[in-house]
Structures are given as structure tokens and as C-alpha cells.
Design a protein around this ligand. Structure first.
Ligand code: MLT
Length: 270
């Protein structure tokens, strides 16, 4: 694990390989960079893989009470600058997708391509914000294990929930997240702006992926999301829930490998 200092916080990351393009993996909530372990194993040859922990999660520090999606995007940009990685391919799952859209809004000229997984462009509605507030109260009262109990049925398909090892790994990631980090991200997600207007402006190759069993960002919504992005490729991973990259890594990794190989100008070559 390496560390980069970005505006008041130490941001942790791993990096593998040195070929082009740089592919930056942005994890979901309330997880950390270890959720990308199956991609790190399988995709080493496709580019330089860069896998950060978002501020307040994993081994990255928290510097204030709310971690906005823009703050996380700025942290990723600080990392990209410090390693001189631009232009980058951003792969973001769920909250990581919110961060990728925020990054695109601000730094689009430094983005080579997007892979948006089990995510959405809309801001939270009133009900979603209320649920965030309830979860904040829950973490304050009972700690991260209560969040793990609430989140696991949302993150994993019914089938994956029968796999004790997968459940244990996801639980471990959530339980090692600090309460303050969880609360900061919940506040940041509740406050995030709507990005629907941005979708039509996306002018880089984009792959949208969703699990067929995703109940958090269901396939119908993901299809509409993909349709709003010019020339986006839309793929459904059969049988996978919200954490599709973790549940069905082979299917996801094949999609990413092919997508990168087909990027114009042979940018996936070393
Ligand atoms: C995630 O997987 O990152 C979360 O489900 C996102 C969210 O709560 O909106």
C-alpha cells in the first residue's frame, strides 16, 4: 500500500503494472479498495491498475465531517496528478460511479474512458435522504456491524448471500470502516447533485454494467442511464446483485478486458 497526501488527508492506494492506459478503480459504499481484489488478479495485463481507498474509508484518512463526491473526485485527481496518470479510465461501482461522474464533470479532458457499474446519475430523493439519516443514527448507536447487517442483503444477490466466504469478506470490509468514515460518505451521498444533465455530454467511450439481480440500482434504471450516454455500451451480468464485480468477477473482467482492447488508438497496449 502507498500513500499520497491530498488536501489534508493521507489517501491510500495500490498500483499494479506500468502499461497504458491507467485504470483507476473507485469502490462502493461502505467498502474499500479490497473489493477490487478479483479485478486486480485478473486484469493486471490490461493497463496500469490504480486502486485507491476513498477519503475516510479503508486506510485513507478522514479530514472533516462530510465527504462529498466532489471531495472524493478531487482526491482521486490528486492521486492521478501525483503519479502522472492522465488520461485515465475510471471504473466506478455505485458510490464509485457517483465519484466518476463528479470527476468527469470537473476533469473531463483527463478522462480516457468510463466504466460505470451498478450506479445511477440521479441525486437522492427525500426518502433516500431519510434512509441515510436513519443509517447515520444506526452507526452512531450500534457501530459499523449494524451497517453490515443492513447492507449485505442490498449488496449481494440472494444466491451470493448463501456463500459464507463472500458474505464474510463483505462484512469484514464494512466492519473495518470507521463510523466517522461511514457517516461522512452517507452525508456526501445525500448531498450529491443530480448528474442526469451530464450524461448527454459524455464524449468518451463508456461501458455501463449492471447485475440482473441488483435491487439498489436495478437493470431498468441502468438501461435508461446507459441510453442517455452517447454510444454507451450496456451489459447485464446474469445472476449478479449490486456488487456484481465481486459476485461474478469472471463475467465482469471479460467485459472490461474487451472494452479496453477496443479503445481507439490501441491505448491498452503497453
Ligand atoms: C454503494 O454501493 O456504493 C451504495 O449502495 C450507494 C448508495 O448508497 O447510494
Amino acid at each position: 500500500m502507498a500513500i499520497v497526501q491530498v488536501e489534508g488527508a493521507r489517501i491510500a492506494y495500490d498500483t499494479y503494472g506500468s502499461s497504458k492506459p491507467a485504470v483507476v478503480f473507485l469502490h462502493g459504499f461502505p467498502l474499500n479498495r479490497l473489493m477490487w481484489a478479483p479485478q486486480v488478479e485478473a486484469l493486471r495485463g490490461v493497463g496500469r491498475l490504480v486502486v485507491p481507498d476513498m477519503r475516510g474509508m479503508g486506510s485513507s484518512e478522514l479530514s472533516n465531517g462530510t465527504t462529498s463526491m466532489e471531495r472524493m473526485a478531487d482526491d482521486v485527481h490528486g492521486l492521478v496528478e501525483s503519479l502522472d496518470l492522465a488520461p485515465v479510465v475510471l471504473v466506478g461501482l455505485s458510490m464509485g460511479g457517483y465519484v466518476a461522474l463528479s470527476y468527469y464533470r470537473k476533469y473531463r479532458e483527463e478522462v480516457r474512458a468510463l466504466v460505470l457499474v451498478d450506479t445511477r446519475a440521479e441525486a437522492d430523493d427525500e426518502k433516500a435522504r431519510e434512509n441515510r439519516t436513519k443509517m447515520i443514527e444506526e452507526v452512531q448507536a450500534k457501530g459499523p456491524s449494524a451497517v453490515a447487517t443492513a447492507m449485505i442483503p442490498k449488496l449481494l444477490s440472494e444466491e451470493a448471500q448463501k456463500d459464507a466466504e463472500v458474505v464474510a469478506e463483505v462484512r469484514r470490509m464494512i466492519e473495518t470502516t470507521s463510523p466517522a468514515g461511514i457517516i461522512g460518505a452517507l452525508r456526501g451521498m445525500a448531498e450529491r447533485p443530480d448528474s442526469t444533465d451530464l450524461l448527454g455530454e459524455i464524449a468518451v467511450p463508456t461501458l455501463v454494467v449492471v447485475g440482473s439481480e441488483d435491487t439498489v440500482t436495478p437493470p431498468e434504471g441502468a438501461e435508461a442511464f446507459a441510453a442517455a450516454i452517447p454510444d454507451a455500451q450496456f451489459e447485464v451480468i446474469d445472476g449478479a446483485g449490486h456488487l456484481s464485480t465481486f459476485e461474478k468477477p469472471d463475467e465482469f473482467n471479460d467485459l472490461v478486458r474487451e472494452f479496453l482492447e477496443e479503445l481507439p488508438n490501441g491505448e491498452s497496449d503497453s
